[in-house]
Ligand binder design. Structure first.
Ligand code: HEC
Length: 110
């Protein structure tokens, strides 16, 4: 049992070590990703095409877009006037930009 706990703890520590630098380095790159691909319609977390479907926390919650997964699905496949990005961005870029949207929404896009 002790051994199992040790293995578990080391596994968790490893995962944290492996993911921490990635999170740290992608922040500015992801901001650029957003500026280059999304800000045309979603400047400052707004939506110039469909005003109500903006990237503010309230709207994301209202439309069930308040998770990285939900946003990533939308970004991948597009919806109505929003283009699909699965051929333009990598899987990782889509996940990063989705997490960025959530994070910005939590901070009120400031
Ligand atoms: C050409 C304009 C356009 C671009 C570029 C665009 N979007 Fe959108 N986006 C839209 C429109 C229009 C909707 C509303 C879709 C609908 O539900 O009809 C939307 C909806 C969304 C939503 C859901 C908002 C809500 O309140 O439900 C998210 C999240 C989102 N976009 C993220 C992104 C991200 C991330 C990118 C860049 C990778 C991006 N969009 C690029 C037009 C755009």
């Amino acid at each position: 049992m002790r051994k199992l706990i040790t293995i578990l703890v080391s596994a968790i520590a490893l995962v944290m070590l492996a993911t921490a630098p990635v999170l740290a380095t992608t922040t500015t790159e992801t901001a650029t990703l957003f500026t280059g691909n999304c800000a045309g319609c979603h400047i400052n977390g707004g939506n110039i095409v469909r005003r109500g479907k903006n990237l503010k926390e309230k709207a994301l919650k209202k439309f069930g877009m308040d998770s990285t997964d939900a946003i990533a699905q939308l970004v991948k496949n597009g919806k109505n006037a929003m283009p699909a990005y699965k051929d333009r961005l990598t899987e990782q870029q889509i996940i990063d930009v989705s997490a960025y949207v959530l994070e910005q929404a939590e901070h009120g896009w400031k």
